[in-house]
Design a protein around this ligand. Sequence first.
Ligand SMILES: Nc1ncnc2c1ncn2[C@@H]1O[C@H](COP(=O)(O)OP(=O)(O)OP(=O)(O)O)[C@@H](O)[C@H]1O
Length: 260
Amino acid sequence: MSIVDVRHLAVGYEGREILHDVSLSVDRKEVVAILGANGSGKSTLIRTVLGLVPIARGEIDLFETPQRRFRQWARVGYVPQRLGAGSGVPATVGEVVASGRLARRGIFRLPGAADRDAVRDALADVGLLDRADDPVATLSGGQQQRTLIARALAGKPDLLVLDEPTAGVDAASQEAFAASLRRFGDNGGTILLVAHELGPLRPLIDRAVVVHEGRIAYEGAPPEPAGHHAEPDHDHVHPHAVQPAAGICEWAPTDRMAAN
Ligand SMILES: Nc1ncnc2c1ncn2[C@@H]1O[C@H](COP(=O)(O)OP(=O)(O)OP(=O)(O)O)[C@@H](O)[C@H]1O
């Protein structure tokens, strides 16, 4: 069963086309990583899949339903790139994770035992049960990211969509993250994630899709990072937007490139 099916997608902002003729399919239980240089259109692709950015041309099906008719958004968990709550919202870790239940229970019903259990399970899964009552703002960046994945897991989704889940995250949190995703996949979940570097997520990835200047340039086994990204002590500094966009060769040597 195809969980996400993107066909000949074009997307733009303010008249500037960013994605051109992108087709991508993710089957049930697959773990697919979208790779590519800064600004290549990775986030735009998954945000369009989630209905957050309008489609200019092409089609997207979710769970074999055209996106415009899709209503089962509780089946989709989204882990965005950054935790906005770090910016002064005094929510506790438990509250942020509990907000992941809203799509399931509706805002007019009080949380029941199933909601509380789901929140507890999700917190335990990411190793933050003991931090449930702490304000999110007091957590490290990596722990905040784990809070976000717990929020998505609490909704018991069938599909998890993650945007650079490990960017700027400490090694311990990256490992915890990878373990949580593995358990989610082992339980039948489907994962679509954007990554700049795979790190500990690499063994989980069934298929990598490299986006280059708004087109799919490679699809297949996760390519080995080349150049400076391959150095063990390479510490990726995320916003290198001021530099020329890094080439496709960072991810996929030309002899491994496949036509889309
Ligand atoms: N809301 C927006 N309005 C206008 N332009 C945008 C918007 N969001 C993204 N863009 C532009 O679209 C292009 C692709 O951005 P996108 O965030 O999809 O790339 P990305 O591959 O995810 O990059 P990164 O690795 O830096 O997150 C960039 O040129 C970006 O400036």
